[in-house]
Design a protein around this ligand. Structure first.
Ligand SMILES: O=C(CO)COP(=O)(O)O
Length: 139
């Protein structure tokens, strides 16, 4: 599965702790992240993470593009709801695209833990079926 990992600055330590705790699951998947988040995760855990631009420089939009192309299976986004972000429109657009394309989106650590355990249990296998169907429709 292709998984996006994103965290606003005040949530960076939380996503590092999360990635460390669930490294044994994350390592079985293909990971993408906004620039700073991804670099911090890979430095802390050694996980291989495909890095996009930093969020304020377009990283959220790059992940959004993957969603629109049916290439992202899950978004884990540790959002900071108490700090204004200069790129708030990009954040909203990313979350909107998750809803447009029915992509599972967790915006806090509590939901993310349920997602990651579900992922490990095979609860997200339906994404493979959706992707296969989309591929066949294009052919
Ligand atoms: O701002 C972000 C998401 O909206 C995160 O970006 P960074 O991972 O580059 O800090």
């Amino acid at each position: 599965m292709n998984i996006a990992l994103i965290a606003h600055d005040k949530k960076k330590q939380d996503i590092i702790n999360f990635s460390t705790a669930y490294q044994y699951i994350l390592t079985q998947h293909t990971l993408y992240a906004t620039g700073t988040t991804g670099r911090m995760i890979s430095d802390a855990t050694g996980l291989h993470v495909h890095l996009f631009q930093s969020g304020p420089l377009g990283g959220d939009q790059q992940i959004g593009a993957m969603i629109a192309n049916n290439e992202m299976d899950m978004v884990i986004f540790f959002r900071d709801p108490l700090t204004a972000q200069p790129h708030e429109p990009d954040v909203s657009a990313l979350m909107r695209l998750c809803d447009v394309y029915q992509i599972p989106l967790a915006t806090n650590i509590a939901a993310s833990e349920i997602f990651i355990k579900g992922l490990h249990n095979g609860d997200f296998q339906w994404r493979e079926i959706v992707k296969q169907k989309e591929k066949e429709n294009k052919e």
